[in-house]
Ligand binder design. Structure first.
Ligand SMILES: [Zn+2]
Length: 358
């Protein structure tokens, strides 16, 4: 009996050592959700789930970390992945790994009211090998503080408290997007009037936050953005918020909006910014000018800002996405202006290669 216990413990130790001792629920939040505030991918222990446009259809793909290969999440080769019959058809977004529970948004092909506008979708939890459609349509969702926050189909924002209970409406009209849970708050951006020194007010974006689990919570504006950047995209490493100024230089501030600092003199494509360990990684991509000579430059810099950005590589095509994954010593990157835009690079920018398909 005692031997059995020892063997079992040894076996468990080997299994845990092989996967770094982590379970998907233990993944640091940065790999789970923080990096990708647009929420079109999520990291799990063994795979990366990614919403991807294939032949004009948005389809859920799965990257197998062990095999280093892509495949359709739905393994049925005869499936069009665009009906409710597919185990993961009609993925709209909001891919989320909430402590091991995988959820996303799907359109419901039986919902006539939804078919034309594609504005409403259904939260779908992964269960028994498929993403099961939820009961009611919603605009978007995020789990935070144990509660389920949703944008309602009529434009409101609120949450279903953990452990059940009625929906709590926090705001009747909301345009809160790009959401991420950081500490006790949900952070997001809103298209809004912002102050302007010359004209008094103009349209732009704000970073706002909402305290979780508080039925009286109100949106608190943390930072104002100029318009003309990427629709209010921001990033966070859990310690700071990162965004861009009007000349596309990288800015950051504390989570409460204080201590604003300019991090770079060079232009940074804010959507590409990720962090990994002590470093930030990012690229430059001028969406307005395909011939910008700096397109495709790939940098890293110390997160403490102690030295200027270091140019690691200059690719022929611009990186518009950098995806870090737990326990992987490379990045999946998206290349603009290429047919199959997903590639792999080593973190130092070397060894660019295509990702094989299973
Ligand atoms: Zn399918």
């Amino acid at each position: 009996m005692k031997n059995m216990v020892i063997i079992l413990c040894a076996l468990l130790w080997v299994i845990c050592a092989a996967c770094g001792g982590k379970t998907s629920g233990d993944l640091p939040y940065d790999y789970n959700a923080m990096f990708q505030i647009e929420r079109i991918y999520c990291d799990t222990e063994d795979t990366l789930l990614l919403r991807y446009l294939v032949g004009g259809n948005v389809t859920l793909l799965e990257y197998n970390k062990e095999l280093g290969m892509f495949e359709y999440f739905c393994k049925d080769a005869s499936c069009g992945h665009n009906t409710n019959d597919c185990i993961a058809g009609n993925v709209v977004g909001d891919l989320e790994n909430n402590h091991g529970e995988i959820s996303l948004l799907r359109n419901n092909t039986n919902d006539i009211s939804n078919r034309d506008t594609q504005r409403y979708a259904y939260i779908s939890h992964f269960n028994n090998g498929r993403f099961e459609l939820g009961r009611d349509p919603i605009g978007s969702f995020i789990h935070a503080g144990g509660h389920l926050y949703v944008a309602t189909v009529d434009g409101g924002y609120g949450y279903f408290p953990s452990g059940g209970g009625d929906f709590i409406l926090l705001q009747e009209e909301s345009h809160f997007i790009h959401k991420a849970e950081i500490g006790e708050y949900i952070y997001g951006t809103e298209y809004a009037d912002i102050t302007d020194d010359d004209s008094g007010s103009r349209r732009g974006y704000t970073i706002s936050r909402l305290k979780t689990g508080d039925p009286e919570a109100e949106f608190e504006v943390i930072k104002e953005f100029p318009i003309g950047n990427l629709g209010g995209v921001f990033r966070s490493d859990g310690e700071y918020l990162y965004y861009e100024d009007e000349e596309f230089r990288l800015m950051r501030c504390n989570l409460d909006g204080g201590n604003e600092t300019r991090m770079t003199d060079i232009r940074v494509y804010i959507q590409s910014v990720v962090y990994d360990g002590d470093y930030l990684y990012f690229s430059w991509y001028n969406r307005q000018d395909a011939f910008d000579p700096d397109n495709g430059k790939y940098y890293r810099m110390k997160r403490d800002g102690s030295s200027p950005p270091e140019l690691l590589a200059h690719f022929d095509n611009a990186l518009d996405t950098i995806i870090p994954m737990a326990d992987c010593d490379y990045f999946i990157v998206g290349m603009a202006h290429t047919q199959d835009w997903l590639y792999i690079i080593d973190k130092d920018g070397s060894n660019l290669r295509e990702i094989p398909w299973e």
